[in-house]
Design a protein around this ligand. Structure first.
Ligand SMILES: NC(=O)c1ccc[n+]([C@@H]2O[C@H](COP(=O)([O-])OP(=O)(O)OC[C@H]3O[C@@H](n4cnc5c(N)ncnc54)[C@H](O)[C@@H]3O)[C@@H](O)[C@H]2O)c1
Length: 355
């Protein structure tokens, strides 16, 4: 009999055995200040240096998070022997030149790089970054920290225990609003597929543990929206027929009625189903049709999950293995996101060859 009971210890990220790796942050903007650094403080990680082209941003995080070394020059950060992990919190388009610079310098004290998502703003840049890091012998992980969000981790735990039997359908509904005037999101081409949406594409892979073979997508602009590309889309992921599974992500990110915003995942299997929001997981089994178990979930996406992804990189470095969301692994998610863009533009299903 599968075990439905969910305890926080089942899904909360555990601390890595060694957490004193020196972290050097490149990019001290909004996400670094609001999520990376608060999470690292919470986890007791050791941030030793901060770098940003804007000096005021460096000074601000140094003061707020007691970071000893601050600089506006990436070379300074690379020369700092205390820096063992680089945490790259710049925008997608800004990452390739930095990866080129880091790999060219390849200081011996540097052990790994954690890059914000999306790894790159083009498929060819993503491939190049993975290849550069491989050639430099530098482990690269992508911060798909949604995999360390408690509700998502809890679903994965239940799937692994066999609570749902054979999982044949993974469904994501997302109703939100990010059409904010003056934000960088509205200026970014395909923001909803490539940047924000990559989380849900990656999570479809995480929940199914399979690689799709075909992608279909549809997307629409909305009258009066500010964003330059559609904020509303549906992606269908097809898997090999023998896997008997499908995944759907419906993402409407321009809903002007916050009272009807939602964030939900459904996992359907031959033995049972689950529905998860950010803070609740509901589980039902076919052998107990009148019952459902409702679990309040501890831990948040912001900032807690950011501690989980950095912890995974530390654990992988300790063990000498590839991190769960390595650059190489992330090529699958990036490719799916670009296939969805292409499918929505052409109306065609996009077939993917094995990577
Ligand atoms: N994982 C998540 O859930 C999540 C959430 C929000 C944002 N993000 C990602 O984080 C990235 C950054 O977003 P943000 O909102 O923090 O942006 P931001 O503009 O607030 O910050 C980016 C910072 O990088 C600095 N920078 C740019 N190029 C640099 C360089 N060469 N050297 C040093 N510093 C440099 C900028 O000066 C700026 O301070 C985006 O790619 C975004 O998609 C991820």
């Amino acid at each position: 009999m599968s075990n439905i009971d969910l305890q926080p210890a089942d899904y909360l990220p555990t601390a890595p055995a060694r957490k004193d790796y020196g972290i050097g942050l490149i990019g001290c903007g909004r996400i670094a200040r609001s999520a990376h650094l608060p999470a690292y403080r919470q986890c007791g990680y050791n941030v030793v240096a901060a770098c940003d082209l804007i000096e005021a941003n460096v000074e601000r995080v140094q003061a707020e998070f007691s970071i000893p070394h601050g600089t506006a020059q990436v070379e300074d950060l690379l020369d700092d022997e205390a820096v063992q992990i680089i945490d790259l919190a710049v925008h997608g388009k800004q990452r390739l030149p930095l990866i080129e610079q880091i790999c060219a310098a390849r200081p011996p004290h540097l052990l790994g790089v954690l890059s914000q998502k999306p790894l790159a703003m083009s498929w060819s840049d993503a491939v190049r970054m993975v290849e550069l890091c491989r050639a430099a012998g530098l482990p690269l992980m992508v911060n798909q920290q949604a995999r360390w969000v408690s509700a998502h981790r809890a679903l994965r735990v239940l799937i692994d225990r066999g609570v749902f039997g054979h999982v044949y359908c993974v469904t994501h509904f997302h109703r939100s609003f990010q059409d904010h005037p003056g934000s960088w999101f509205i200026e970014l081409e395909h923001f909803n597929f490539i940047d924000h949406g990559i989380h849900y594409i990656d999570l479809c892979r995480y929940f199914t543990q399979l690689e799709p073979i075909r992608v279909k997508a549809t997307a629409t602009m909305q009258p009066g929206q500010l964003a330059i590309t559609p904020m509303c889309h549906t992606i269908l992921l097809e898997f090999p027929p023998e896997a008997q599974v499908m995944a759907v992500s419906h993402f409407n990110n321009v809903i002007r009625t916050p009272q009807l915003h939602r964030y939900e995942w459904f996992i359907d299997g031959t033995e049972g189903s689950a529905m998860a929001s950010r803070d609740t997981v509901i589980v039902a089994r076919k052998d107990a049709p009148r019952q459902q178990r409702v679990f309040g979930i501890q831990g948040n996406w912001f900032p807690d999950a950011f501690g989980g992804s950095m912890g995974e990189l530390m654990r992988a470095l300790d063990a000498g293995r590839e991190p769960e969301t390595s650059g190489r692994d992330n090529l699958h998610s990036i490719r799916l996101a670009y296939a969805a863009v292409e499918s929505a533009a052409t109306g065609e299903a996009i077939t993917l060859e094995p990577l």
